[in-house]
Design a protein around this ligand. Structure first.
Ligand code: B12
Length: 197
């Protein structure tokens, strides 16, 4: 199953002042747990993208993913002088992805994990994973590939009839440095990157 992971964070500031562009560290953990022999993987970091929808279009058309994971880092910029709420940008991105691909969209990341039910309700992805998700996401991809149920997996968020289920999280990731495989530097323009093991 081809997996496209997208770091959606485009906020380039800390305290809305200082230029700070964090690397998608959490997404790198998620990527590192995917078995690439069975599930070809590409990572797109939108941090340096000048036109996110164009870069996403190129990535999807080239790679033809069968599952798409979105990492949500910030809910907002936490500025009272110039407040910016980031979820509408992600919602528009999901709408754009839906126009390009039938692949299921799975949300995760620190922002999603703070308010999983509210984020799921607002963004309407197919699935989410709240909390420490590296192992859960890898298991979820395996289950989706085999057409098996995933509703027992830790942290998984899904819609059941008219309500949203948020499974209890389970903190299992081994945060050992050897598990970190950062995407190759994308340079300007948010180019599609391959995660190297
Ligand atoms: C370190 C840090 C910073 C550093 C970053 C330094 C760097 N070079 O990376 C600094 C100080 C610069 C910073 C700045 C800001 N930060 Co900060 N930061 C953190 C902190 C403490 C750790 C982030 C981290 O690296 N975690 C380790 C990685 C491995 O974990 P992770 O990213 O969560 O990923 C895991 C899961 O989320 C999940 N996951 C991740 N991606 C995906 C994708 C998919 C598909 C799935 C399924 C799962 C998944 O699996 C991963 C592995 O378990 C978090 C709080 C926390 N304890 O997590 C806040 C946090 C992310 N920051 C936050 C905020 C608000 C900010 C600022 C906006 C603050 C401000 N006032 O400006 C800025 C934004 C900067 C920017 N340009 O984006 C919030 C974001 C949520 C929110 N409230 O909006 C957090 C959660 C703190 C909080 N509790 O409020 N931050």
């Amino acid at each position: 199953m081809k997996v496209l992971l997208i770091a959606t964070n485009q906020a380039g500031r800390y305290m809305d002042r200082m230029a700070v562009r964090p690397l998608p560290v959490g997404l790198a953990y998620v990527a590192a747990h995917i078995n690439e022999a069975s599930h070809p993987l590409q990572v797109l970091d939108l941090m340096f993208s000048e036109d996110a929808h164009t870069d996403v279009t190129k990535a999807v058309q080239r790679f033809q993913p069968e599952v798409i994971g979105l990492s949500l880092r910030n809910l907002d910029n936490q500025s009272y002088l110039n407040p910016v709420w980031h979820l509408p940008t992600v919602r528009a991105l999901i709408g754009h992805l839906r126009s390009l691909s039938p692949a299921p969209i799975i949300c995760g990341g620190p922002a999603f994990s703070i308010l999983p039910e509210a984020c799921f309700s607002y963004l309407s992805p197919d699935l989410g994973v709240a909390g420490d998700a590296a192992e859960s996401f890898a298991h979820l991809v395996e289950r989706l590939a085999r057409g098996e149920s995933y509703t027992d997996l830790p942290g998984v968020v899904y819609r059941h009839h008219d309500h949203i289920v948020v499974n209890p999280e389970h903190f299992t990731t081994d945060f050992h440095v050897s598990w970190v495989h950062l995407p190759v530097a994308s340079g300007q323009g948010g180019l599609l990157c391959v995660v190297e093991r």
